[in-house]
Design a protein around this ligand. Sequence first.
Ligand SMILES: [Zn+2]
Length: 748
Amino acid sequence: MENNNPHNENNQNQEPKTPRTDSPRDRRPNPHRQHNAGQTVNAQGENSQSPNRRPNPNYKPNPNKNQNTEEQNTNNRPNPNRRPNPNYKPNPNKNTEDQNTQSENRPNPNRKPNYNKNNTDQRNTPHDNRPNNRPNPNQTQTPNRNEEGANRGGNKGKSKRKNPTTVNEAMRAALEENNRVKDATMNPWKQINMNAQGKVRFTPLGGLGEIGGNMAVFETETTAIIIDVGMSFPDETMHGVDILVPDFSYLHTLKDKKVFVIITHGHEDHIGAMPYLFKELKFPIYGTPLALAMIENKFNEHGLSADTKYFNFVVLRKQYTIGDMQIEWMHNTHSIIDACSLAIETPAGTIIHTADFKIDHTPVDDYTMDLHRYAYYGSKGVLCLFSDSTNSHNPGFTKSEKVVGKTFDALFDLAKGRVIMSTFSSNVHRIFQAMQRAVKQGRKVCVIGRSMERNVETNRALGFVDIEDKHFIEVHEVPKYADHEILIVTTGSQGETMAALNRMATDEHRHIKLKPSDTVIISASAIPGNEGSVSKLMNKLMKAGVTVRYKEFADIHVSGHAAQEEQKLILRLIQPKFFLPVHGEYNHIAKHAKTAVECGVDERNILLMTDGDQVEITTKYIKKVKTVKSGKTYIDNQNNMTIENDVVLDRQKLAEDGIVNVVAQIAQSNQRIVGKPVVTSHGIVADKEDKNFAKEIEVLLETMMLNMKPEALKDHKNVEEEIRNVVRKHVYRTKKRYPLIIPTIFIV
Ligand SMILES: [Zn+2]
């Protein structure tokens, strides 16, 4: 398991953070600096652990001696023979020190720094005054203890240690210079022009506090860019809702600025809401050819074909002037082709937005992530990094897409009959890998499923899938070939009921009837929330008697998002001043923040955001300035129309608590109900108890009527409200439910 002890992590973080206090430009002079430089030498000499080592006459006990070394001496080398040192006094500062670092390094979302002060100064103060930077009189004993330990190795009292290294002036100068180089190398952000007066604001409107639905607004004084316009999926309480799109209200407030849409890649959670945005507001759109081609498909479906005139196809490694920003799309590797990160140069400084990425050194098309550009911007100094947090809990590296190809090799070899492969329809490299195996084995390829067919054709048209026409067949041609000559590539890896694979599994597909000799490869993992439907699909496939290849093959699917070591590489290449973990729920971004602290980002320079938060970033600070309206609009896919919030709320109530209908005629004269009220209910009592329930309500109403003031009876609304109260109380008392109650009253 990964190191999940925050204390350890934090202690490790101390070292990389310390050099920062030495910046000549924006930090106050550190009186301990010389000691620090000298310390390295001494510490190294000490650590050489030569048993014959004599005390170094030049050695000065270092008051700043770092905690790690101390811990090594005291904790990491337990010596069973060690006698208590009579001179040893426990260090009273030590605990405080640990506590301090723990609380300091833990990302605190509620933290409210004092921004009135110069932020950098402020950041220095606690460092400089931190107990571990203060000379600690007790620590002078460390060399003593160490010496004892060394001497106890068998030649006790026999020899004095000899320092094998002479540190002369030239060497000391080189060491000092190297420390300066180290500081510059490790903190390139210190080159940022601190006098830059620009301010930028970042406002996520989707994708933070959730997975998917990514959309954010990034603004300068005059320009606003909308970064991605994605959709997300409803949860099971949103009855009849097919997709969710972000609330666009905030975009209507940007009237005074030049506004542009910037697309990073063509995944649904980055472009899926584009047609809905364009029905409300239209702006120039910038993106790579595949991403825009996928938006074009959507525009065509929504009757927005003419809006392709807003398209601007970007070329990689080229800076585009967009308002007062310069934006470069940098190629990255992800589970879709033509995906990019963004380098955004603004009046306040450079911002890097990774967007969705992983670092695949052996991608299927051999086009690796453009780490050179990352390094280029990183070495110039980056003000703020926004980075993908989706997989921030995963230790290590995400495997290369190519390992799935190897798995396919094995599975195709094992398959005697037809191979039916299902994956995400946007993962065209995955699909391509399956097709390559098919071609090699002399199988014809049949693509089934609307989104799959469209994506394959779009990618072929753009030259991303190089499989000749002759290898493809139509679905009705499948029976013409022997089973071992067929590969079917299809949608439905998430168990979607309407998808082709599910229809095959339930024997409802018009053309494809499953056979026991079929091999079904599900090259995907269930997206959170889809586990149930995937499991149901598996049941159906197994019942159908086919061979199912799924999770028992570890490399049947790999993620498209960076794990911790990849996140670290980006953090180290960019080494930004400020860091905003994006794309993920709170736990994902909080974990990513910890990784960033490990990689030397000052914890105070990281903010954990949620949708609707607006942060302001300048060279001096990052802070939350306000909250804007955010949320979701519900969409019904049958008609591509919006479903109003109250409709969804009513559906929730109906589904969870049922409904009671009361129709009654009321005589004002004697405060009685005329005849019998009609009471119908659904989802509250069983049919056979309907009559009893109606009777209960009847009695309640009669009592209620008698207790009402005569003047209250004159108003429909009063009576209806009263009926609601009485029925609500009764149903809650007897059933612990709050149904929808609909009284209809006639006053006579
Ligand atoms: Zn993506």
